[in-house]
Write a protein that binds this ligand. Structure first.
Ligand SMILES: [Zn+2]
Length: 189
């Protein structure tokens, strides 16, 4: 990202709103803060090489078996329509093929797919595709549930509405996913 151009654009945006970052003390660092937040945090997913992430964060599995699930991963993203954050969580389930991923690598993968200018549907799609294409997983599943800033703070002003996207592909049945995510155990409680 061209940070100096982005800082100038934020200062210009503030001027268009009738405010002056150069003369108002509380705005003096705002262009820098906004740009750092987007470049270094909210959109940092663009700096992650997903293939390298899998290579570094996985081990060869001689006899891969079973299913692995990781629940309640924190998700932060930015919607491409309004540039507002969406916050929530994701669950991931996969059936390993040739490689088994470290849990930290799975968390970093979801983070890298989410912290971009993407629609929510794309996050789950990208996570599942990465598992199958880069890690050789036999099947993968991801669900993402978010509260969107653009739905809660503006527009329909639905502060409690949560949107869910689900993608499942390969050798992973709906029952496999439910079992791995503890749905049966939750039902019998
Ligand atoms: Zn939006």
């Amino acid at each position: 990202m061209d940070k100096s151009a982005a800082r100038a654009a934020i200062a210009e945006f503030l001027r268009a709103l009738g405010r002056d970052a150069a003369s108002e003390p509380e705005l003096s660092q705002t262009p820098e803060r906004v740009v750092d937040a987007f470049a270094d945090e909210l959109l940092r997913g663009y700096t992650v090489d997903l293939r390298a992430l899998f290579e570094d964060g996985s081990t060869l599995a001689t006899t891969p078996s079973g299913i692995v699930a990781l629940r309640d991963l924190a998700v932060a993203t930015v919607c491409p329509h309004h540039l507002m954050p969406g916050l929530g969580r994701a669950n991931v389930v996969y059936r390993p093929g040739g490689r088994v991923l470290g849990l930290g690598a799975i968390a970093r993968l979801v983070d890298a797919c989410a912290r971009r200018l993407v629609l929510q549907e794309t996050i789950a799609e990208d996570v599942v595709r990465a598992f199958i294409e880069h890690a050789g997983a036999r099947g993968a599943y991801c669900d993402v549930t978010l509260v969107h800033g653009c739905l809660s703070a503006r527009g329909a002003c639905q502060a409690n509405a949560r949107a869910t996207s689900v993608v499942r592909r390969g050798e992973l049945s709906e029952a496999d996913v439910l079992l791995a995510l503890g749905a049966y155990e939750a039902r019998s409680r």
